[in-house]
Design a protein around this ligand. Structure first.
Ligand code: ADP
Ligand code: MG
Ligand code: ZN
Length: 501
């Protein structure tokens, strides 16, 4: 289920695992994880009414009789939400099937209708898989459409209902369209769980289905965790940890929970299947409620909505409505630099949507590795501005650096200016006084530096590479940073060669 609420439940007494610290795999145990990711869809309006689907507005301003569940109101399905759900399905390799809606009945103040409309036994997307950058593949069970609940805020106490003075409820989120993506229990570590969510997030953003903003609750993760002995073919009893809203929380919660369960089993105690809450500050999970069964929800078909039968054309349109997915975009960049050591830079560039900039600059003649480095290291600091940067301008900058007309430091400074205010790399460089010093004037500077550093020069001649930095630093000081380090290094090498002959 997707209700974002802390349910009434007795706090569990301390168990053997609760005292253990966080982090890392548990020796002698294999952790098994299946994730349920709820993603809010990027629609203009809610799933069944015309209210705005918008984050951060004044509470209870985007509401109407339909999303408040007032008697006599009728839901009308949002076509755009269905289209986005099909994009997700096509991107994950799911089979897109005729589907229907059910009422999932439960009484909670953040659900004014007292039921949630969700897809139950006939989800729109079935099967599929998600390949991860490390080569592993996580199976997808289903990706179904449902509506979000409202949001309760418990005031006073620890932010949970117990011990709070009063609770506030905001129905702006009630009825916001969601797709819940359910993975197979194929994940075997907290790192893999994080990698799965990162990759999924990239796909959701690339398809235009979601903005992927975990910090705004656009993506919320429930983690099902169990442990077993390595080599065992059966799964252990699982617990479901609700509402992990950052990758960090997800990783920590999985590690903590695996340790807790392993300690329980080692102490001869059973793992109780239940829903647990993650406390980010305390770094531990605690019992929220016992696991609910399907019949607790008294599912029945939603009588006010017809079945959904997407035409082959609609599915094809969904498939064609987005560009290349992150995996393909990474492959395209990797083909340009062809170096496994740059995998992290490649991933960063794609994550930030800056891969097109690199590819376009390379097409204009920019040196690929340098273009990637400046993108993933420097431009990444202001990705929004970098996405606006013209490829010609970026290629020109990379050209200036590659040819030695700008030093690396100078190039980074010019890039920062370009991102802050645009302009031409050459003109910015000129304004900053970055005209490259010609070799003649550098020679003169070197003469002076070497004349007053005879000991360092002698060590350099003897092959002590460490003094290169010192000599370089002296030249930089003399030229107020305008010298190109690579050129100075080659001048030094030439002098050494000459001295040796
Ligand atoms: P339910 O309908 O009760 O929520 P599902 O069978 O649909 O249960 O599974 C929900 C999630 O739990 C899925 O992501 C699945 O991969 C995961 N899961 C199922 N069994 C286990 C297990 N033993 N350990 C870890 N995750 C599991
Ligand atoms: Mg579930
Ligand atoms: Zn409404």
């Amino acid at each position: 289920m997707s209700a974002a609420t802390g349910g009434p439940a007795p706090a569990r007494s301390a168990t053997p695992g609760e005292a253990s610290g966080s982090g890392g795999p548990v020796p002698g145990w294999e952790v098994v994880v299946g994730l349920e990711v709820h993603t809010e869809l990027l629609t203009v309006t809610k799933l069944f009414c015309g209210c705005a689907n918008s984050f951060g507005d004044e509470p209870n301003t985007n509401i109407c009789p339909v999303c408040l569940g007032l008697p006599g109101s009728l839901p009308v399905l949002n076509e755009r939400a269905v289209a986005l759900a099909m994009r997700i399905g096509t991107a994950l390799g799911c089979e897109i099937r005729p589907s229907g809606f059910h009422r999932k009945n439960y009484f909670y103040p953040d659900m004014p209708k007292d039921y949630q409309i969700s897809q139950y036994d006939e989800p729109i997307n079935v099967g599929g898989s998600l390949p991860l950058p490390d080569g592993s593949v996580v199976g997808i069970v289903r990706a179904h459409i449902e509506e979000d609940t409202g949001k309760t805020t418990h005031t006073g106490g620890a932010g949970r209902i117990h011990g709070s003075d009063y609770s506030l409820v905001d129905y702006n989120r009630a009825g916001v369209p969601l797709v819940e993506i359910v993975s197979q229990p194929d994940i075997r570590s907290s790192e893999q769980a994080r990698a799965y969510v990162e990759e999924l997030r990239g796909i959701l953003v690339a398809t235009g289905a979601s903005d992927g903003r975990m910090e705004e609750g656009s993506m919320r993760v429930d983690a099902n965790v169990s442990v077993r002995r390595p080599g065992s073919t059966e799964f252990g009893t699982r617990c479901e940890i609700k509402n992990l809203n950052s990758l960090r929380s997800l990783g920590r919660a999985v590690d903590y929970e695996a340790q807790r369960q392993a300690a329980l089993v080692e102490a001869g105690e059973p793992v109780v299947q239940e829903t647990r809450h993650w406390d980010e500050d305390a770094g531990r999970t605690s019992s929220m409620r016992s696991k609910e069964e399907a019949n607790d929800y008294r599912y029945f078909p939603e009588p006010d909505l017809v079945r959904l039968e997407p035409s082959p054309e609609a599915i094809e349109t969904a498939r064609r409505s987005y560009g290349p997915l992150p995996a393909e975009r990474r492959a395209r960049l990797r083909a340009l630099v062809d170096d496994e050591a740059l995998a992290a830079s490649v991933a960063t560039a794609v994550d930030l949507g800056l891969d097109d900039l690199v590819v376009a600059a390379v097409e204009l003649g920019a040196e690929p590795r340098l273009a990637l480095a400046r993108t993933a290291n420097e431009a990444a600091r202001d990705a929004a501005a970098a996405r606006e940067l013209q490829a010609e301008v970026f290629a020109e900058l990379i050209g200036l650096e590659a040819s030695g007309q700008l030093s690396a430091t100078q190039s980074k400074t010019v890039l920062a200016e370009l991102l802050a205010g645009g302009g031409s790399p050459r003109r910015i460089a000129a304004r900053l006084g970055y005209e490259a010093l010609d070799t003649g004037s550098l020679d003169t500077v070197l003469d002076a530096v070497l004349a007053r550093s005879p000991a360092e020069w002698a060590r350099y001649l003897e092959g002590d590479e460490k003094v290169t930095q010192y000599l370089l630093g002296q030249v930089m000081r003399e030229t107020r940073g305008r010298a190109n380090g690579k050129v100075v290094a080659s001048l030094l090498a030439a002098r050494k060669a000459a001295a040796g002959s």
